[in-house]
Write a protein that binds this ligand. Sequence first.
Ligand code: PAF
Length: 271
Amino acid sequence: MRAIVRAWRAEGKRVGFVPTMGALHEGHLSLVEAARKECDAVAVSIFVNPTQFGPSEDLAQYPRTLEADLGLLAKVGVESVFAPSVEAMYPAGYSTFVEPPQVAVPLEGHCRPGHFRGVCTVVLKLFQIVPADRAYFGQKDFQQSLVVRRMARDLDLPLEIVVCPTIREADGLALSSRNRYLSPAERRQALAIARALRAGSEEMARGERSAAALRSMMRDILHGAGIERIDYVAIADPETLDEVATLKRPAMALIACHVGTTRLIDNAMLG
Ligand code: PAF
């Protein structure tokens, strides 16, 4: 893989890289599309990374749809797909991990201990294997994009991190590989997440500046839809993810909650 990418770069091609865990949807394809627009050759990785899943999370049931994924990528047109086995990425004796940056500590870091350690480790490994000029991530995993950006800066990684907008269904549901776990009734319930984020944004536009008031209103919307298990409704500084009390400038609203047995996350900029 590294030889292929180096040969492209030796030809003067700009290389774009889209790391994924497969179960591809329009959100992933929008990253590929952005990479295709800005680069001369595009590589995609498909790897369900075990080190970013906690012991009680959905690693075993995470959708693995390699044939369908390859079909989609052939249709949109990418130069190369890297789909390694777990043994190739983590052979016997593997024991080196990346300590994630500070921005990995709150929110997902708090709810999913070890998650970002696994993400940083696999992303750094993938960047070594696919030495691209630009790597593309989705804003849907907003904290992940900050974590990867910070890691790239702190470790002097020679590539640019590009973050692309979240892709939504017409009714607002953010695309996620985990949406396929939802029953039709749960899918309807899940719409409350985007509704809560929209309401937060509208309330801020109407002049509400208290983060506590906005959080409470957003929680009410989730509860109203029957979503009981809420990991967090946060309003945070978009660079550091520190909680803000009063919105003096644009802030990020982030939600993580469980719809049935499916954990979903979403976010939106307020202001
Ligand atoms: O966002 C994802 O799909 C994963 O966290 C990533 C970046 C491919 C690392 O496994």
